[in-house]
Write a protein of this length. Structure first.
Length: 81
């Protein structure tokens, strides 16, 4: 149970930092941490074998989302030609 509280505390801290941070580039790591914390809470809270699949799907989707946002803000792919 302590692991759930720890993950929830990390999620709340990350959410507060996302809300209060003015610089978008500094928000992105906290959005990523928030996604990871929510994934951990899902996996720890629901005692069912399919929970791991749901948590993995959420984790993969949020990772793709974070990478897409970071890539867009950094200028995207550079193409030669």
């Amino acid at each position: 149970m302590i692991a759930i509280y720890l993950c929830a505390g990390i999620a709340v801290y990350a959410a507060i930092r996302v809300i209060l941070e003015r610089n978008t580039m500094r928000k992105l790591p906290f959005v990523n941490v928030l996604s990871f914390a929510v994934t951990a809470i899902i996996a720890l809270l629901i005692p069912h074998p399919l929970t791991i699949l749901a948590a993995a799907a959420f984790f993969i989707g949020s990772t793709f989302e974070s990478n897409a946002i970071a890539s867009t803000w950094s200028g995207g792919m550079k193409r030669n030609g």
